[in-house]
Design a protein around this ligand. Sequence first.
Ligand SMILES: [Zn+2]
Length: 88
Amino acid sequence: MLKLLLLIALIGGGLWWFARGGRAGSGRDGDASSGRPPANGTGDAGQNKAGENMVRCEYCNTHVPHSAAVFAGKHGFCCEEHRAAAGY
Ligand SMILES: [Zn+2]
């Protein structure tokens, strides 16, 4: 019975701490990075944060950032395995 009460107290305290900590944490982050506006709500689909071009893997059709892509001539791939699997 004491264990059950302890468990309930722990869960309740945890939820309270989580709810408080979440709000305090986001407020502190906003103050610390004063140069950057919050990134929430900006729907830039298809472009990552650096505005980098996306490359489509010719093997699995996954889009990967240009810097992370593997190239064989003008053919782009998401990884070395797919470049080899495609025969390049
Ligand atoms: Zn791929």
